[in-house]
Ligand binder design. Sequence first.
Ligand code: ATP
Ligand code: MG
Length: 331
Amino acid sequence: PRRVVTGLQPTGELHLGNYFGALRRCVQLQEQGEDVMVFIADLHSFTGRQEAGERQSRTLQAAAAVLAAGLQPERAVLFVQSAVARHAELCWLLACLATHARLAHLPQYKEKAATMKEVPVGLLLYPVLQAADILVYRGTHVPVGADQAQHLQVAAQLVRTFHHRYGRAFPTPRALLPDDGSDRIRSLRDPSKKMSKSDPDPKSRILLTDSDDVIRLKIRKAVTDCNPQVTFDPEGRAGVSNLVRLHCLARGLVPEEALCEAEGLTSAQYKEVVARALCECVAPVRARLCELAARPRLLHEVLRHGAARARRRADEVYERVAELTGLPPRL
Ligand code: ATP
Ligand code: MG
């Protein structure tokens, strides 16, 4: 059976990259009748620094964003990663199968580690915990941004190694890659980078809580190039192409249709069109997010229910793992 699993870190307010690249796709998969599990990856957020209170409030806010995007807690499972201890338990077993050399070679690790004086071991283990997040539910399909493709290869490798060493316990998880570019939304300030929560420049991303005015301002300030024409060429003209992409995702268009609407407009004029489309797309999500943020008890209740379901599923898988590895059964 297919099972979709994906996570979001509580490292900041969610942006359009998270929305188009992860949240909205999960909701679409839910609508298609897939078995969808979404978790707030609070354990992952420990690879960076955060105050306890901040972690807590962002966790709740991320959960609210998932629901605001349309995930239905009766149909899909929404929970907080740390509420299911099996993630960390399986992570240890997998860490003992992963090699230091392989992990230390991953570009994301190298990039982050290069900026640090003291590199925490957790940063190295990040993809291993990610593999555990998926495998602990026997996840088969993972709708993530393109930035996570290499980490999924690590997960696939760990599945092979585990099978070799102990026997079959997990299907090989696969990245679900969309063909609309929603998995690779670029920064508005530096289109060579992806849009990120952790980017120090707040104008680099549009948040789901941004007002129409703020959205318009950020799009107006979006970096393009000196060519005022609107064309779609993600490699050669990343900036303006990112705007075309956002326009398409907001309105459900293909790039040719978006370019039609841009006909006769300079890129500065086209930005107004894109901003309008994004405002319309974000408004209902923002409104629901605002409502939900005011209902922490409801959110806690949803997360508690989700964690109970997730724990049951993880326990089932772990039983098989225990049997294969010689750990005592604990069901
Ligand atoms: P951080 O900078 O803290 O890593 P992030 O913006 O990368 O934050 P994550 O919580 O790491 O967000 O990722 C959540 C999900 O959103 C993942 O599935 C990730 O692949 C996806 N995602 C993140 N950025 C983008 C983007 N620019 N375009 C498409 N998907 C994205
Ligand atoms: Mg990230």
